[in-house]
Design a protein around this ligand. Sequence first.
Ligand code: AHR
Length: 502
Amino acid sequence: MKSNIVLNKKFAISKIDDRLFGSFIEHLGRAVYGGIFEPGHETADEDGFRQDVLEMVKELQVPVVRYPGGNFVSAYNWEDSIGPVEERPVRLDLAWKSTEPNTVGLNEFAKWAKKADTEVMMAINLGTKGISDARNVVEYCNHPGGSYWSDLRKEHGYEEPHDFKLWCLGNEMDGPWQVGHKSAYEYGRLADEAAKAIKLFDPELELVVCGSSTNQMPTFPEWEREVLEECYDNVDYLSLHIYLKNPENDLETFLASPMGMDDFIDTVTKTCDYVKAKKRSKKTINLSFDEWNVWFHSDEQDQETYKKEPWQVGPPLLEDIYTFEDALVVGGMLNSLIRHSDRVKIGCLAQLVNVIAPIMTENDGTVWKQTIFYPFYYGSRYGRGTALNLQVESPSYDNKTYGSVPYIDATAVCNDEKDELTLFVINRNSKEEMDLEVSLDGFEGYRIVEHALMVHDDIKATNTKDNQNNVVPTEGSGLSVEGGVLKGKLAKLSWNCIRLSK
Ligand code: AHR
């Protein structure tokens, strides 16, 4: 089989916002307690943060981390998480049937984020709380001093404001499971007023309003329309969330499922632009894909945990152990984000540590990289620059859900500052390798500097604490550049990051 790709330096989709490669840490399961924070651990620093985890997080170069939830935030009292640790109340977290000791709160997380070289994307509770709470937390975090909340922060030992720039107006407020779930109109009104108050404090802050929690919700995309009609002028981004699954163990359909993400983004973009037109607005609402991943492996196990022992601190929840095929799908999801980087400006791989995460830890023990770590690592490191508009000619296959699907899924990012061109190419064909030809117009003199290849005989292969390097990228061979054309064979069922430079 043969595929052709035409790429041309002049045909750009968009400059990619670095924040497309963000992630997410929620007070959920062992993300915080036992994940980033474990005071007794042999690598813990003076603040109780695991340095082995920090090092791995830093490898991913995540520019922004969403915090503290997720479903958790919808009944969260941020005030419980500040001040002397011994005086902080212990609360029940209704979203995850867990106990929240509030040992790690917003100041500690800000400290961790600094150590991890990342920014915080702070989510506000618009489930059980409202405008007043929203303005207070922003003032506590961002005002230099001379007001009640900013002086309280100083009293708590944080002289300088945290200066969080990006704020989420609640989480998945369309979801009936959410504490404080609202109708689109109710939420749109509340989001508008909260946004107005925040922008009165600082018009430069960027605000993300909740879109649908998946494109499978019965209210999608009416939710987006109604919400935006209420708050269009005061918000900057609309959120999207998606978790892909393979419940029927159907490889072909699962590999095609990132196409559902393409459709989702296209529909949300059109809905935003419909409201723009209706309002005769000059402003464009961009997208924040602030939860995306594969999530389904741990579902049954989690139900057992809730049944057997609810209300634990840091219970093992959502601990999906990812397979090789999941890594291919995560690679496909990243391609979807890159392809839509003209409108998707923020992305958060959900999540970062232990909870549906690329990084896993053992309490009081080791840390390791899941299979999905690697496509994200390469995407984050080499997907910065300008996304190019590719012409891809590929044979395709039919599957139940997505119709005719090309075997080849490809994106390319050009980084002028570094004179680099990077291609992310997936061969979804499980039976045959693919002959590939890519014409590299505008990249004269470029040669291959790295070909990272993920391929495995066993699609269900995983990395575990005892076998940490079972699924890792290797150096690919068999590709070359001749006369401005990249040529060679792509292994069957493979993810490839092909880096070229002068
Ligand atoms: O990331 C796990 C959960 O998925 C989040 O808490 C919620 O927002 C989503 O449903």
